[in-house]
Ligand binder design. Sequence first.
Ligand SMILES: [Zn+2]
Length: 70
Amino acid sequence: MDQVLILATAAAALAVIAATLSILRRERLRTPHDSPFAASTEGSVRCPTCGMGNPNTERKCIACGARLSG
Ligand SMILES: [Zn+2]
């Protein structure tokens, strides 16, 4: 009885680990091979003061209110 419970728990744990690994692998595949030093993504402008990424439609930083260039 106890052994069955242990086996069931182990099987459930393995399933969780397998699911986590497959999710992680998918995330890695989806990540584009960009430069690790990318300063800003397309369509957004990074605040020179605090580094917050803002939509490029914003004139001022949404985090600290500093003026954004460009
Ligand atoms: Zn800012």
